[in-house]
Design a binder for this molecule. Structure first.
Ligand SMILES: Nc1ncnc2c1ncn2[C@@H]1O[C@H](COP(=O)(O)OP(=O)(O)OP(=O)(O)O)[C@@H](O)[C@H]1O
Ligand SMILES: [Mg+2]
Length: 457
């Protein structure tokens, strides 16, 4: 992208270059045409003047005479301040005028005056010559009339034309440049519009883009849409896979475990009983790991495109306590509910929040001794705090900050089965909802207190 630079800039530069070339061509054409027109005008007047002089030639008894008509030269004077020269030559002899005015190199023909540009007396002059036979029969003489004029007037006209053409050319260029800037911007406007409509989307909005796109962008939009469709289906396949895998791993392992328990009860030899106990523990560990890993995958997946359900956090606490009630009962642990009465409204992902609470309560039960109490608490102040306080072994010397790292277990776990993902899950869920996980020792005596803290809606 960087390498190619900005399309807008390239488009602008190309259009401006075209404008510059056109302006230059315009300037050259206008100047050329205008100068040729001015030159043509001077030539016309010069030849008219020469013809007028030729018309006044007479032959009297074989001698060519000329009564120079005033108007012939005054018509030249009338256009500007230029100096005028003339010469009338009959058969090589100058009848009148400037004897040193050069004769035309290309002699004129009868009906066709000749024109020349030459240097004369330090100035550039333009000369027109006509030829006229004067007299009749053998006495006829070929008379060449040359009228010339300096070209200052023409140069002045040419300068004026040049400056006007330059002005118009520059103006044209500036206007075209401004239009190019606008054109480059407006040609790229659809890209900006489409980019905007894609960037404004939420992270889980994978609907096809159906912005009004120009034909050239259709393939890009189609590619983007088909990419999003593939992403959508791949994401939903991943989600299905996670749910499916969790189910398919847990169920058979539970069956194997139940069978192992039954076998354990039936066996008498202590070494056989020990072997089955180890087997049951291995089953517990692998079932736990598989379950937690899949839950963690589910949390990571859902946190990327967080659902925005309208929830009651208090109801969620009740549900968690109810779900794990049977597990707690197995150890004669009472879950005391200090959770107030009214609903605690919150917007978030119910499945994720449920997973977080369940993992925290699961820890409290796991790491508590039989016949103890766990207090589930909901505190509403500036924030919403959902906590579980137990009377278990506490964290001991364990570094509390590291417990949210994946697969990290405390030094206090003893022979309790676990995979070190529970608090990682709870922490990720808290962060996805703009909250945090707080881990501390129970201030009133033994045990741990683990809380989820969320900002209030
Ligand atoms: N209520 C608690 N009392 C004492 N220690 C706890 C408590 N909760 C968590 N811990 C400590 O924090 C560690 C991390 O907890 P976490 O839930 O992440 O992992 P786990 O319980 O070992 O494994 P699992 O992924 O199966 O839950 C535990 O290994 C334990 O040392
Ligand atoms: Mg745990």
């Amino acid at each position: 992208m960087r390498l190619l630079g900005s399309i807008r800039r390239r488009l602008f530069i190309q259009l401006a270059l075209v404008a510059a070339v056109l302006s230059l061509a315009f300037f050259l054409v206008v100047r050329g045409v205008a100068e040729r027109a001015a030159e043509g005008t001077q030539d016309d007047i010069l030849s008219a003047s020469a013809t007028a002089i030729a018309d006044s030639l007479r032959s009297e008894g074989g001698i060519v005479t000329l009564d120079l008509p005033y108007s012939a030269l005054s018509m030249l004077g009338s256009i500007n301040e230029d100096r005028v020269f003339y010469r009338v030559v009959s058969e090589g002899n100058t009848l009148t005028g400037y004897a040193d005015l050069p004769q035309p190199e290309v002699p004129p023909r009868l009906s066709l005056p000749s024109f020349e540009t030459l240097d004369y007396r330090g100035d550039e002059i333009r000369a027109a010559s006509v030829i006229r036979p004067v007299g009749t029969g053998a006495q006829a003489a070929q008379v060449v009339v040359t009228v010339a004029q300096t070209r200052q007037g023409l140069a002045a006209i040419s300068r004026q034309i040049t400056s006007t053409a330059t002005g118009i050319g520059v103006g044209f260029f500036l206007l075209a440049t401004a239009l190019s800037l606008w054109a480059a911007g407006s040609a790229l406007a659809p890209i900006t519009r489409i980019t905007g409509s894609v960037t404004r989307r939420g992270p889980n909005d994978l609907r096809p883009v159906n912005a009004n796109a120009p034909d050239e962008l259709e393939p890009l939009i189609d590619a983007l849409n088909s990419f999003m469709a593939r992403l959508r289906s791949s994401l939903s396949r991943t989600e299905d896979f996670i749910a499916e895998a969790a189910h398919r791993v847990r169920t058979p392992l539970a069956t194997v475990r139940a069978q192992a328990e039954i076998t354990h009860r039936k066996l008498n030899k202590p070494e056989h009983k020990q072997a089955i106990r180890e087997m049951i523990r291995a089953i517990d560990e692998s079932s736990r790991s598989a379950g937690q890993m899949l839950d963690h995958a589910m949390v990571t997946f859902r946190a990327d495109s967080l659902a925005q359900d309208t929830l009651d956090l208090r109801a969620l606490m009740v549900e968690t306590c109810d779900r794990l009630g049977p597990t707690a009962d197995l150890k004669d642990i009472a879950i005391l509910r200090d959770i107030g009465a009214g609903p605690v409204p919150f917007t978030g992902d119910g499945i994720l929040l449920q997973a977080a609470l369940q993992n925290i309560l699961d820890n409290a039960i796991k790491y508590s001794p039989d016949d103890s109490n766990i207090t589930a608490r909901v505190v509403l102040d500036d924030a919403i705090t959902l906590s579980f306080t137990d009377q278990g072994r506490g964290f001991g010397e364990t570094d509390l900050t590291g417990l949210t790292t994946r697969y990290t277990r405390g030094a206090n776990v003893g022979d309790i089965v676990g995979s070190g993902l529970g608090l990682t899950i709870a922490d990720e869920v808290a962060k996805a909802h703009g909250g945090r996980l707080e881990i501390s020792t129970n201030k009133k005596g033994e045990g741990a207190c683990v809380s989820l803290v969320f900002p209030r809606d």
